[in-house]
Design a protein around this ligand. Sequence first.
Ligand SMILES: [Zn+2]
Length: 687
Amino acid sequence: MSRSESSDRSQESPAVAGRLARYPSLLTFAAAAGVLALLQGGFQLLVQQSFDKQLALGMARLGLIIGIVTVLLFVPIALLARRWHPSARAGDRGRAFRSLLFGFTVAVGVWMIVRSLASGPLVTAALAPWLAAAVALAAGGWVALRPPSERLTRRAAWLGLAALILALLPWGAPGPPAPPGAEGAEERVSAENLAVARRSDRPLPDVVLVSIDTLRADRLGAYGQVPTLTPEMDRLAEEGLVFERALAASPWTVPSVASMLTGLPTVRHGAGLPLGSGPTFVRSPLSARYASIAERFSAAGYRTHAIVANAFLNPGMGMARGFDAFDMPLNRAVGAIFMADIPLVRLLVTLFPVESWADYRAQGITDAAVAALAQEDDAPLFLWVHYIDPHTPYQADPSELDLDAWAAEVRQRQPEVLDDGTIVGEVFAGTSHVRSGYIWLGPEDRRRLGEYYDRAVSYVDGEVGRLFAALRERREERGVVAALTADHGEELWDHGHFEHGHDYYREVTRVPLIFWGPGVVPAGRAATTLAGLVDVAPTLLDLAGFEVAPAAAPDEGRSLAGSLAVAEPSVMNESRPAADETDEVYDSPAERIVRFSGGNLYGLPAVLLEDDTWRFILRANGVTELYDVAGDPLERRDLSADEPLLVESFRALLEPRLQVFLENAAEDAAALDPETLKALQSLGYVQ
Ligand SMILES: [Zn+2]
């Protein structure tokens, strides 16, 4: 042992150092994984230009998992290759193994960084991997032949250990309940206010909530699409009750789903607001002070199970509260999506395809839902199933959507122009580039994307059909009540833009809403009453046979069960027999209805109000738009200038709401209520 090594060791606790030195290969492994974790996590953070604590911890955890898996994959290769290493020829096989392990690790880290940096405007995309490979070989080879000193190895190993501890911290768990405000805001929901009373002693039915991400209403045959893309959902509509006018609570997932689960408008629950300067996607979770439908069903003795395929809908965002089981296949696949660039990881994923252990596509989601239904239990089941398929990324065959498409979506690499001068190939994931205006899509590209979207809708329709086939079978044994809806739609250049999260026109904010329940919900009816995602939770509770308190404010969700009795037989079902008999008696809605949508993900903040006659948009730059729902369904003629009095009254109603989104002031949103109520009264909405 050389003098310098013994003096290294004397700087640490001799006992610890002595024990560690007995396992040099293990030390090297920890050091290599730690280095790779830091390289990958740190580099991702630099690329994201963000130092948000949660994101940093997430990257550390992900980086460490990637590091460990990658170095594990290198172990057998280093063991095989060590005999050719100079140290092995000199008689030290251990040192040869450790040198190679470090060399491989450095090569992968360098390859990943160079390739990512090189795929910018300076180097053509075709050259980038070759350049990265050359630099990585040189760097890895240099390290392998000149291994770091034992002292450096030990320090790197400690770093690896620190990364491991950091990654294992429970940072992803739901945070503590929001502290009550100074003016005595509501505390976390308590057992008493979760309690729901049963209307009768009838056996409780199973309740199934199906939401399909990014499904615009007008793509369903039941909502006018000719020829239909959705025979299964149309059949559901024929067997149930269709709300022809259902409003999404916001143009993107988190606020809209939070409204669907709580029955509160986005301006009141405050989920999905920006948390301050930083990445757009870092948003406020659903506060624990608002009860979700899962908590209510759970309190009523239901088993609660969710299968969701949108990565935003996770426990950290408050979406899992009240669920006994919360399955997130897309989130399970996230590690593989981030690792997709590492060659050996790709080999592993080829051997064990992601779809076999984390199928986030509709077929996997339906399989999981059918399995959840098959679990024998006397307690009734509340099941929430959220499909992702009509959402970007788009693939020509949506049933084959794979890891590469998601990796491209996560990385948002600049798409290449194809030989025919178009950009949209078999896979399209350059959404951010289109949204930001960085790339321009011509008519053929837009047509292709529209076609891919329609195919995704057809694909998810078939899987929804499979789920409802299972429900029809189950219906033989016990009561089943279901709702089918979407969190928002998708703009396909209807008003000059693409995707969702940015605007409020009907292609983005009108969603399908169908209630289904043989023996409870009459068949073949369509209601023209205005409805919203806020109405889903109270309606399902009502249909399941629970007392539902009247809405505390006019913008809160109400049970739509009253519409069952007054709904017209749907035009498309005129030839069908009369509605099923029902043993429930419902009151018809007395007051006029108004529904709101608000809370952008991108672009100029805006809010929308819809009532019997109008759709009104107020934007943060003061611009208003007013559309006649019946006379101008495609929203082409803005009538703001023709109806100045109406515009002023709507503006007065929406300005305080817009202010909440401009100031991210969700905590103060409750203070809006008296004002809202007053404004609504002044418009004659509330007696
Ligand atoms: Zn969504």
